[in-house]
Design a protein around this ligand. Structure first.
Ligand code: PLP
Length: 431
C-alpha cells in the first residue's frame, strides 16, 4: 500500500492559502477521488513524491517531457544560460534561432511570436484572426480545450469538464455569444453554423487531434473539409497544436494529416518544461501583430532567455532525432496492445483511442469520436481504475477527459510493469 501521509498533510495546508490547494484545477484529483500527491523531484520515467513514493509517470507534466524528466540535453542548456541573467526584456539572438527552427519544422508557420503559455497563444491567435478579417465570431468544438481565455470557456474540455464548469461563470454573455460550438468530427454542423452566420466568422479553431475530452482522433475528411470551407468563406483556420505540436511528428498533427492551417498555436514541448507558448502562421496574418501591424499583443517575459534555451535544446533534439517518433510509436503501441489483451482476457469490451504517443481508455463500448460519445464513459469506474493504478505506482492523468503522454524514457521493462498493473487495476476496479 502506497502511503500518502505527507501529501495529505500538505494538501490540507495548501487549501488555506491556495484556492482548492492547487494552481491548476485538474491537479486536485476531484474527478477521481482521493488527494493529490505532492512531488519533490522527477527523473526519466519517474516522479518522486513527498512520502518517498516512486511513480511511473504517464502525464509528463501534461505533455512537455517527451524525453522523460530532467532530460540532460535540456537541463544542460538551461544551466548554461543561467549565468547570463534570467531575463533582459530586450531582444536576443536566441529568439531568432528558435523562431527559425519553428518555421523550419511546422508547415503552416512562416512567422512566429513567442508567449508564455498555451492560453496566451490561443487568445492571441483569435485576436489576430479577428483583426485580420474584421469579423467577431469564432467556431470551436465541444470538448476541445484551448486554455482558459474567456472566448474558449464554452463547452470546454479538460479540467473544465471534470469540474462541471464547461461554461464558466465570469465569462460575459457578449463574449459567449461570439463563440459558436459544433460537435467534433462533424463537418455538416460546421457548414450549417457558417451558413447561419455568413460573413461573421473570423476563425475556426480546433485541436487537430483532440486530447482534452480524452484522446479523439479526427477523420481526415473532417480536417480537409474544414480547410476547404475556410478557403471558400475567408475564415482563418487555426490548429491548436499545444498538445500535438512536436509530439506526433516534428511538424505536429498538420504534418501527420497533411492539412495546413492558416495559423497554429504551440505550447508544452516548445518550452521543454519551462512556461512557453507560441502562435504563428502565414506572413500576411502574422504581420498584423504589433509592432509590424495593429493587433496588440505583448509580454514582459516573452522570449525569456532561459525558456528559449530549454525550448531550443528540446526542438533541436527532436529535429535531429526523427527516430524518437518511431520509438514512441512502438512503445505506445505495445502498451495499448497489452491493454487490449488484458481487456480480452477479462471479457471486457472498452474503447482505447491512440495516435503515436497519446492514448486514452474510455470505459464504454461505444466508438469515441466526439464529446457526446466520450461522455458515455463510466467515469466512476475510471476513478476506481485510476486509484488502483496509483496504488501500483502508475501515475495517470486524474480524469477521464485527458490523454496520456508517453515519453522516450519508457523502456520495455516498464511496459511490462504497466501492462501487469493495468490487468490488476481493471480487475480491482470491477470488484
Ligand atoms: N490548448 C490545448 C490544446 C491544451 O491542451 C492546453 C493545455 O492543456 C492549452 C491550449 C492551454 O495551455 P496552457 O495550459 O499552457 O495555458
Amino acid at each position: 500500500m502506497i502511503q500518502a501521509h505527507v501529501s495529505n498533510e500538505l494538501f490540507q495546508r495548501a487549501q488555506n492559502s491556495i484556492p482548492g490547494g492547487v494552481n491548476s484545477p485538474v491537479r486536485a484529483f476531484r474527478a477521481v477521488g482521493g488527494n493529490p500527491r505532492f512531488m519533490v523531484s522527477a527523473k526519466g520515467p519517474y516522479l518522486f513524491d513527498e512520502d518517498g513514493n516512486q511513480f511511473l509517470d504517464l502525464i509528463n507534466s501534461w505533455g512537455p517531457m517527451i524525453l522523460g524528466h530532467a532530460a540532460e540535453v535540456v537541463q544542460e542548456a538551461v544551466q548554461k544560460a543561467i549565468p547570463d541573467s534570467l531575463s533582459f526584456g530586450a531582444p536576443t539572438r536566441k529568439e531568432i534561432e528558435i523562431a527559425e527552427l519553428i518555421v523550419s519544422m511546422v508547415p503552416s508557420i512562416e512567422k512566429v511570436r513567442m508567449v508564455n503559455s498555451g492560453t496566451e497563444a490561443t487568445m492571441s491567435a483569435i485576436r489576430v484572426a479577428r483583426g485580420y478579417t474584421g469579423r467577431d465570431k469564432i467556431i470551436k468544438f465541444e470538448g476541445c480545450y484551448h486554455g482558459h481565455g474567456d472566448s474558449f470557456l464554452i463547452s470546454a474540455g479538460s479540467g473544465a469538464i471534470t469540474l462541471g464548469v464547461p461554461d464558466s461563470p465570469g465569462v460575459t454573455k457578449g463574449t459567449a455569444n461570439d463563440t459558436l460550438t459544433a460537435p467534433y468530427n462533424n463537418l455538416d454542423a460546421v457548414k450549417m453554423l457558417v451558413e447561419a452566420n455568413k460573413g461573421q466568422v473570423a476563425a475556426i479553431i480546433l485541436e487537430p487531434v483532440a486530447g482534452n475530452m480524452g484522446l479523439v482522433t479526427p477523420q481526415l475528411s473532417f480536417l480537409q473539409g474544414l480547410r476547404e470551407l475556410c478557403d471558400k468563406e475567408g475564415i482563418v483556420l487555426i490548429f491548436d497544436e499545444v498538445m500535438t505540436g512536436f509530439r506526433l511528428a516534428p511538424g505536429g498533427a498538420q504534418e501527420v494529416y497533411g492539412v495546413t492551417p492558416d495559423m497554429s498555436t504551440l505550447g508544452k514541448i516548445i518550452g521543454g518544461g519551462m512556461p512557453v507558448g507560441a502562435y504563428g502562421g502565414k506572413k500576411e496574418l502574422m504581420d498584423y501583430v504589433a509592432p509590424a501591424g495593429p493587433v496588440y499583443q505583448a509580454g514582459t517575459l516573452s522570449g525569456n532567455p532561459i525558456a528559449m534555451s530549454a525550448g531550443m535544446a528540446m526542438l533541436t533534439y527532436l529535429k535531429d532525432h526523427p527516430e524518437t517518433y518511431t520509438q514512441l510509436e512502438q512503445i505506445s503501441a505495445k502498451m495499448v496492445a497489452g491493454m487490449q489483451q488484458n481487456l480480452q482476457q477479462l471479457g471486457l469490451n472498452y474503447t482505447i483511442n491512440r495516435i503515436g504517443s497519446m492514448f486514452s481508455i474510455f470505459f464504454t463500448q461505444e466508438k469515441v469520436v466526439d464529446f457526446d460519445t466520450a461522455k458515455t464513459s463510466d467515469t466512476a469506474l475510471f476513478g476506481r481504475y485510476f486509484n488502483s493504478m496509483l496504488q501500483r505506482g502508475i501515475y495517470l492523468a486524474p480524469s477521464q477527459y485527458e490523454a496520456l503522454f508517453v515519453s522516450t524514457a519508457v523502456t520495455e521493462d516498464l511496459v511490462a510493469q504497466y501492462v501487469q498493473a493495468n490487468l490488476e487495476a481493471l480487475q480491482e476496479a470491477h470488484q
